[in-house]
Design a protein. Structure first.
Length: 378
Protein backbone atom coordinates (compact mmCIF):
# COMPACT_ATOMS: atom_id res chain seq x y z
CA UNK A 1 0.00 0.00 0.00
CA UNK A 2 1.10 3.52 -0.76
CA UNK A 3 1.22 6.36 1.74
CA UNK A 4 -2.24 7.93 1.49
CA UNK A 5 -3.83 4.47 1.49
CA UNK A 6 -1.86 3.47 4.59
CA UNK A 7 -2.86 6.74 6.28
CA UNK A 8 -6.53 5.82 5.86
CA UNK A 9 -6.41 2.04 6.36
CA UNK A 10 -3.34 0.82 8.26
CA UNK A 11 -4.31 -0.57 11.68
CA UNK A 12 -7.96 0.17 10.97
CA UNK A 13 -9.72 -2.82 9.49
CA UNK A 14 -13.49 -2.67 10.03
CA UNK A 15 -14.41 -3.75 13.56
CA UNK A 16 -14.76 -7.57 13.53
CA UNK A 17 -17.81 -7.53 15.79
CA UNK A 18 -19.99 -4.86 14.13
CA UNK A 19 -18.23 -3.91 10.92
CA UNK A 20 -17.84 -0.33 12.19
CA UNK A 21 -15.64 1.50 9.69
CA UNK A 22 -14.22 3.91 12.26
CA UNK A 23 -12.17 2.40 15.08
CA UNK A 24 -14.35 2.30 18.23
CA UNK A 25 -13.25 4.48 21.16
CA UNK A 26 -12.70 1.89 23.90
CA UNK A 27 -13.30 4.11 26.92
CA UNK A 28 -12.58 1.49 29.54
CA UNK A 29 -10.02 1.26 32.31
CA UNK A 30 -10.26 -2.49 32.75
CA UNK A 31 -11.51 -5.68 31.05
CA UNK A 32 -13.53 -8.60 32.41
CA UNK A 33 -11.16 -11.54 32.79
CA UNK A 34 -14.16 -13.90 32.58
CA UNK A 35 -15.38 -12.62 29.22
CA UNK A 36 -12.30 -11.21 27.47
CA UNK A 37 -10.39 -13.66 25.32
CA UNK A 38 -7.59 -11.58 23.84
CA UNK A 39 -5.45 -10.90 26.88
CA UNK A 40 -6.67 -7.38 27.63
CA UNK A 41 -6.20 -6.62 31.32
CA UNK A 42 -5.96 -2.92 32.06
CA UNK A 43 -5.91 0.14 29.76
CA UNK A 44 -2.54 1.49 30.86
CA UNK A 45 -1.17 -1.80 29.51
CA UNK A 46 -3.41 -2.45 26.50
CA UNK A 47 -6.20 -0.54 24.77
CA UNK A 48 -7.57 -1.40 21.31
CA UNK A 49 -7.99 2.22 20.17
CA UNK A 50 -4.41 2.98 21.16
CA UNK A 51 -3.19 -0.18 19.42
CA UNK A 52 -4.91 0.89 16.20
CA UNK A 53 -3.09 4.23 16.31
CA UNK A 54 0.22 2.56 17.14
CA UNK A 55 -0.13 0.18 14.19
CA UNK A 56 -1.11 3.05 11.91
CA UNK A 57 1.85 5.26 12.84
CA UNK A 58 4.30 2.34 12.58
CA UNK A 59 3.00 1.65 9.05
CA UNK A 60 3.38 5.31 8.07
CA UNK A 61 7.00 5.44 9.28
CA UNK A 62 7.72 1.98 7.77
CA UNK A 63 8.72 0.81 11.24
CA UNK A 64 7.96 -2.50 12.92
CA UNK A 65 6.59 -1.02 16.15
CA UNK A 66 4.75 2.08 17.30
CA UNK A 67 4.05 3.29 20.82
CA UNK A 68 1.94 6.30 21.74
CA UNK A 69 2.04 8.62 24.72
CA UNK A 70 0.14 11.36 26.52
CA UNK A 71 2.30 14.08 24.93
CA UNK A 72 5.39 14.55 22.80
CA UNK A 73 7.33 15.23 26.00
CA UNK A 74 6.00 11.98 27.52
CA UNK A 75 7.32 10.16 24.43
CA UNK A 76 10.71 11.88 24.81
CA UNK A 77 10.84 11.19 28.57
CA UNK A 78 10.11 7.53 27.96
CA UNK A 79 12.87 7.26 25.32
CA UNK A 80 15.27 8.58 27.99
CA UNK A 81 14.59 5.40 30.04
CA UNK A 82 16.79 3.60 27.49
CA UNK A 83 19.73 5.33 29.22
CA UNK A 84 21.45 4.73 32.54
CA UNK A 85 23.17 6.98 35.06
CA UNK A 86 26.45 8.28 33.60
CA UNK A 87 25.35 8.00 29.97
CA UNK A 88 26.09 10.89 27.63
CA UNK A 89 23.89 12.19 24.81
CA UNK A 90 24.89 14.45 21.93
CA UNK A 91 21.90 16.68 21.13
CA UNK A 92 21.25 19.11 18.29
CA UNK A 93 21.61 22.69 19.48
CA UNK A 94 18.35 23.78 17.85
CA UNK A 95 15.75 21.53 19.46
CA UNK A 96 12.33 22.27 20.87
CA UNK A 97 12.64 24.38 24.05
CA UNK A 98 10.80 21.77 26.12
CA UNK A 99 13.26 19.06 25.03
CA UNK A 100 16.18 21.26 26.08
CA UNK A 101 14.43 21.91 29.43
CA UNK A 102 13.75 18.21 30.05
CA UNK A 103 17.34 17.23 29.32
CA UNK A 104 19.03 20.08 31.19
CA UNK A 105 16.70 20.64 34.12
CA UNK A 106 15.41 17.13 34.85
CA UNK A 107 17.50 14.40 33.22
CA UNK A 108 20.84 15.87 34.31
CA UNK A 109 19.61 15.44 37.88
CA UNK A 110 19.41 11.68 37.23
CA UNK A 111 23.03 11.51 36.15
CA UNK A 112 22.68 11.78 32.36
CA UNK A 113 24.78 14.40 30.63
CA UNK A 114 24.28 16.28 27.41
CA UNK A 115 26.28 18.26 24.87
CA UNK A 116 24.48 20.48 22.39
CA UNK A 117 26.12 20.87 18.96
CA UNK A 118 25.16 21.86 15.42
CA UNK A 119 23.99 18.69 13.64
CA UNK A 120 24.21 20.33 10.22
CA UNK A 121 27.98 19.87 10.67
CA UNK A 122 28.63 16.15 11.25
CA UNK A 123 32.27 16.81 12.21
CA UNK A 124 30.91 18.58 15.33
CA UNK A 125 28.75 15.55 16.13
CA UNK A 126 31.69 13.15 15.75
CA UNK A 127 33.94 15.39 17.85
CA UNK A 128 31.37 15.44 20.68
CA UNK A 129 31.21 11.64 20.98
CA UNK A 130 32.86 10.39 24.19
CA UNK A 131 33.49 6.96 25.73
CA UNK A 132 30.18 7.10 27.62
CA UNK A 133 28.08 8.48 24.73
CA UNK A 134 25.04 6.26 24.11
CA UNK A 135 22.69 8.36 22.01
CA UNK A 136 22.54 11.03 19.29
CA UNK A 137 19.37 13.15 19.38
CA UNK A 138 18.22 15.60 16.74
CA UNK A 139 15.21 17.12 15.04
CA UNK A 140 15.01 17.80 11.33
CA UNK A 141 13.85 20.29 10.28
CA UNK A 142 14.75 21.89 13.61
CA UNK A 143 12.63 24.14 15.76
CA UNK A 144 12.61 27.11 15.25
CA UNK A 145 15.43 27.67 12.71
CA UNK A 146 14.46 24.97 10.19
CA UNK A 147 17.94 23.53 9.86
CA UNK A 148 18.00 20.24 7.96
CA UNK A 149 20.10 17.34 9.28
CA UNK A 150 21.53 14.62 7.01
CA UNK A 151 19.63 11.50 8.12
CA UNK A 152 21.80 9.04 6.21
CA UNK A 153 25.02 10.49 7.67
CA UNK A 154 23.47 10.46 11.14
CA UNK A 155 22.47 6.80 10.85
CA UNK A 156 25.96 5.91 9.60
CA UNK A 157 27.74 7.64 12.50
CA UNK A 158 25.37 5.96 14.95
CA UNK A 159 26.00 2.49 13.53
CA UNK A 160 29.79 2.91 13.42
CA UNK A 161 29.99 4.12 17.01
CA UNK A 162 27.23 1.75 18.22
CA UNK A 163 24.99 4.60 19.42
CA UNK A 164 21.21 4.87 19.34
CA UNK A 165 20.11 7.55 16.88
CA UNK A 166 16.86 9.37 17.60
CA UNK A 167 15.09 11.84 15.33
CA UNK A 168 12.20 14.00 16.49
CA UNK A 169 10.44 14.20 13.12
CA UNK A 170 7.48 16.30 14.30
CA UNK A 171 8.06 19.11 11.77
CA UNK A 172 8.26 16.74 8.81
CA UNK A 173 5.72 13.96 9.56
CA UNK A 174 6.16 10.57 7.85
CA UNK A 175 4.54 12.02 4.73
CA UNK A 176 7.55 14.25 4.10
CA UNK A 177 10.40 12.08 5.44
CA UNK A 178 10.93 8.67 7.04
CA UNK A 179 14.12 8.62 9.12
CA UNK A 180 14.06 4.82 9.68
CA UNK A 181 14.50 4.31 5.93
CA UNK A 182 17.75 6.27 6.18
CA UNK A 183 19.18 4.10 8.95
CA UNK A 184 18.00 6.02 12.04
CA UNK A 185 16.98 3.81 15.00
CA UNK A 186 14.09 5.67 16.65
CA UNK A 187 11.58 8.28 15.49
CA UNK A 188 9.74 10.53 17.95
CA UNK A 189 6.66 12.66 17.24
CA UNK A 190 4.54 15.18 18.99
CA UNK A 191 1.19 14.03 17.54
CA UNK A 192 -0.18 17.29 18.94
CA UNK A 193 1.09 18.91 15.75
CA UNK A 194 0.56 17.75 12.14
CA UNK A 195 -0.45 14.15 12.88
CA UNK A 196 -3.43 15.27 14.98
CA UNK A 197 -3.60 18.32 12.78
CA UNK A 198 -6.55 20.15 14.33
CA UNK A 199 -5.13 21.72 17.53
CA UNK A 200 -7.48 19.64 19.67
CA UNK A 201 -5.28 17.07 21.45
CA UNK A 202 -1.88 16.64 23.13
CA UNK A 203 -0.06 13.41 22.24
CA UNK A 204 3.22 11.75 21.34
CA UNK A 205 4.59 8.68 19.58
CA UNK A 206 7.77 6.60 19.24
CA UNK A 207 8.40 4.32 16.25
CA UNK A 208 11.27 1.87 15.85
CA UNK A 209 12.27 -1.38 14.17
CA UNK A 210 14.93 -2.09 16.82
CA UNK A 211 13.47 -5.06 18.71
CA UNK A 212 15.55 -4.54 21.85
CA UNK A 213 14.76 -0.82 22.09
CA UNK A 214 11.09 -1.50 21.41
CA UNK A 215 10.82 -4.12 24.14
CA UNK A 216 12.34 -1.77 26.70
CA UNK A 217 10.20 1.16 25.57
CA UNK A 218 7.05 -0.97 25.68
CA UNK A 219 7.96 -1.98 29.24
CA UNK A 220 8.58 1.69 30.14
CA UNK A 221 5.32 2.81 28.50
CA UNK A 222 3.41 0.59 30.91
CA UNK A 223 5.69 1.05 33.90
CA UNK A 224 5.93 4.87 33.64
CA UNK A 225 2.31 5.15 32.54
CA UNK A 226 2.28 8.29 30.38
CA UNK A 227 -0.30 6.78 27.99
CA UNK A 228 -2.80 8.68 25.83
CA UNK A 229 -6.57 8.44 26.33
CA UNK A 230 -8.60 6.34 23.90
CA UNK A 231 -10.48 9.47 22.79
CA UNK A 232 -7.23 11.26 21.98
CA UNK A 233 -6.02 8.19 20.06
CA UNK A 234 -9.23 8.26 18.03
CA UNK A 235 -8.75 11.95 17.23
CA UNK A 236 -5.17 11.37 16.03
CA UNK A 237 -6.34 8.43 13.89
CA UNK A 238 -8.98 10.70 12.36
CA UNK A 239 -6.43 13.45 11.80
CA UNK A 240 -3.94 11.14 10.12
CA UNK A 241 -6.48 10.09 7.46
CA UNK A 242 -6.12 13.55 5.87
CA UNK A 243 -2.40 14.01 6.60
CA UNK A 244 -1.29 13.93 2.93
CA UNK A 245 -4.03 16.36 1.88
CA UNK A 246 -3.24 18.76 4.68
CA UNK A 247 0.54 18.55 4.26
CA UNK A 248 0.32 19.30 0.53
CA UNK A 249 -1.60 22.46 1.37
CA UNK A 250 0.64 23.43 4.30
CA UNK A 251 3.75 23.02 2.15
CA UNK A 252 2.35 24.94 -0.84
CA UNK A 253 1.15 27.81 1.35
CA UNK A 254 4.42 27.90 3.32
CA UNK A 255 6.56 28.12 0.18
CA UNK A 256 4.50 31.04 -1.11
CA UNK A 257 4.60 32.75 2.29
CA UNK A 258 8.40 32.32 2.41
CA UNK A 259 8.74 33.89 -1.04
CA UNK A 260 6.45 36.76 -0.03
CA UNK A 261 8.41 37.43 3.19
CA UNK A 262 11.78 37.40 1.48
CA UNK A 263 10.77 40.41 -0.63
CA UNK A 264 9.52 42.50 2.31
CA UNK A 265 11.90 45.26 3.33
CA UNK A 266 11.00 44.77 7.03
CA UNK A 267 12.40 41.22 6.87
CA UNK A 268 16.14 40.60 7.15
CA UNK A 269 16.14 36.83 6.79
CA UNK A 270 13.76 33.97 6.00
CA UNK A 271 14.43 30.41 7.23
CA UNK A 272 12.66 27.87 5.02
CA UNK A 273 14.27 24.75 3.51
CA UNK A 274 12.24 25.22 0.32
CA UNK A 275 14.07 28.43 -0.59
CA UNK A 276 17.07 27.87 -2.84
CA UNK A 277 19.26 30.05 -0.63
CA UNK A 278 18.60 27.84 2.43
CA UNK A 279 21.98 26.29 3.38
CA UNK A 280 20.62 22.72 3.27
CA UNK A 281 18.17 23.15 0.39
CA UNK A 282 19.73 20.37 -1.71
CA UNK A 283 19.78 17.97 1.22
CA UNK A 284 16.14 18.80 1.99
CA UNK A 285 15.26 18.08 -1.64
CA UNK A 286 17.01 14.74 -1.43
CA UNK A 287 15.53 13.43 1.82
CA UNK A 288 12.11 15.14 1.99
CA UNK A 289 9.07 15.03 -0.27
CA UNK A 290 8.41 18.75 0.33
CA UNK A 291 9.64 21.32 2.83
CA UNK A 292 7.02 21.51 5.55
CA UNK A 293 4.60 24.09 6.84
CA UNK A 294 6.75 26.16 9.21
CA UNK A 295 8.53 29.34 8.11
CA UNK A 296 10.69 31.40 10.48
CA UNK A 297 11.82 34.93 9.73
CA UNK A 298 13.74 37.78 11.29
CA UNK A 299 12.79 41.44 11.39
CA UNK A 300 15.42 44.17 10.86
CA UNK A 301 13.91 46.07 13.77
CA UNK A 302 13.46 43.57 16.59
CA UNK A 303 11.34 45.98 18.61
CA UNK A 304 8.66 45.55 15.92
CA UNK A 305 8.19 41.81 16.54
CA UNK A 306 5.50 42.09 19.21
CA UNK A 307 3.61 45.02 17.59
CA UNK A 308 3.63 43.08 14.30
CA UNK A 309 2.28 39.92 15.91
CA UNK A 310 -0.38 41.84 17.81
CA UNK A 311 -1.54 43.64 14.66
CA UNK A 312 -2.45 40.38 12.92
CA UNK A 313 -6.13 39.69 12.62
CA UNK A 314 -6.56 36.21 11.15
CA UNK A 315 -3.28 34.50 12.06
CA UNK A 316 -3.51 33.49 15.70
CA UNK A 317 -0.76 34.53 18.12
CA UNK A 318 -0.11 31.33 20.03
CA UNK A 319 2.29 28.51 20.76
CA UNK A 320 2.10 25.18 18.96
CA UNK A 321 2.01 24.44 15.24
CA UNK A 322 0.74 21.95 12.73
CA UNK A 323 -2.98 22.67 12.95
CA UNK A 324 -5.14 23.60 9.96
CA UNK A 325 -5.33 27.13 11.40
CA UNK A 326 -2.32 29.44 11.05
CA UNK A 327 -0.42 30.05 14.29
CA UNK A 328 2.40 32.51 14.78
CA UNK A 329 4.69 33.09 17.73
CA UNK A 330 7.78 34.76 19.18
CA UNK A 331 10.26 31.99 20.19
CA UNK A 332 12.42 34.20 22.45
CA UNK A 333 9.51 35.01 24.77
CA UNK A 334 7.27 31.98 24.16
CA UNK A 335 8.31 28.46 23.04
CA UNK A 336 12.02 28.91 23.71
CA UNK A 337 11.87 31.21 26.74
CA UNK A 338 13.06 28.40 29.03
CA UNK A 339 16.50 28.40 27.35
CA UNK A 340 18.83 30.88 29.09
CA UNK A 341 19.02 34.12 27.11
CA UNK A 342 22.72 33.96 26.31
CA UNK A 343 22.50 30.39 25.08
CA UNK A 344 19.38 31.23 23.07
CA UNK A 345 21.01 34.19 21.36
CA UNK A 346 24.21 32.33 20.61
CA UNK A 347 22.03 29.84 18.73
CA UNK A 348 20.40 32.52 16.60
CA UNK A 349 17.08 32.80 18.43
CA UNK A 350 17.02 36.58 18.75
CA UNK A 351 14.27 39.00 19.77
CA UNK A 352 13.45 39.69 16.12
CA UNK A 353 12.76 36.05 15.22
CA UNK A 354 9.19 34.99 14.43
CA UNK A 355 7.98 31.42 13.81
CA UNK A 356 4.97 30.99 11.56
CA UNK A 357 3.06 27.69 11.31
CA UNK A 358 1.34 28.29 7.99
CA UNK A 359 -2.16 26.81 8.00
CA UNK A 360 -4.48 25.54 5.29
CA UNK A 361 -6.42 28.79 4.79
CA UNK A 362 -6.60 30.59 1.45
CA UNK A 363 -3.13 31.94 0.69
CA UNK A 364 -4.44 35.40 -0.26
CA UNK A 365 -6.06 35.83 3.17
CA UNK A 366 -2.77 34.93 4.87
CA UNK A 367 -0.72 37.32 2.74
CA UNK A 368 -3.25 40.13 3.32
CA UNK A 369 -3.01 39.56 7.07
CA UNK A 370 0.82 39.64 7.02
CA UNK A 371 0.66 42.84 4.98
CA UNK A 372 -1.73 44.35 7.53
CA UNK A 373 0.69 43.39 10.34
CA UNK A 374 3.66 45.03 8.59
CA UNK A 375 1.71 48.19 7.83
CA UNK A 376 0.21 48.56 11.29
CA UNK A 377 3.59 48.10 12.98
CA UNK A 378 5.87 49.80 10.44
C1 LIG B 1 5.67 20.40 20.38
C2 LIG B 1 6.91 19.67 20.19
C3 LIG B 1 7.35 18.73 21.12
C4 LIG B 1 6.61 18.48 22.42
O1 LIG B 1 5.38 17.87 22.19
P1 LIG B 1 4.13 18.03 23.19
O2 LIG B 1 3.07 17.25 22.52
O3 LIG B 1 3.84 19.50 23.29
O4 LIG B 1 4.54 17.48 24.51
C5 LIG B 1 8.52 18.03 20.85
N1 LIG B 1 9.22 18.26 19.73
C6 LIG B 1 8.83 19.16 18.81
C7 LIG B 1 9.65 19.35 17.58
C8 LIG B 1 7.67 19.90 19.00
O5 LIG B 1 7.30 20.80 18.10
Amino acid sequence: MRFATRAIHAGQDPDPRTGAVSVPIYMTSTYSQAVGKEGYEYSRTQNPTREALEANLAALEKGDHGLTFASGMAATSTVMTLLRKGDHVVVADDVYGGTHRLFRQIMEGYGLHFDFVDFTDMSQVKAAIQDDTRMLWTETPTNPLLKVVDLRALGRIGRRADLLTVVDSTFATPYLQRPLEHGVDIVVHSTTKYLGGHSDIIGGAVITSDEGAHARLRFSQNAMGAVPSPLDCFLVLRGVKTLPLRMDRHCANALDVARFLKHREEVSRVHYPGLEEHPQHRLARAQMRAFGGVVSFELHDETMAMPFLQALDLIILGESLGGVESLIEHPASMTHASIPREERESRGIGEGLIRFSVGCEDLEDLLEDLERGFEASG
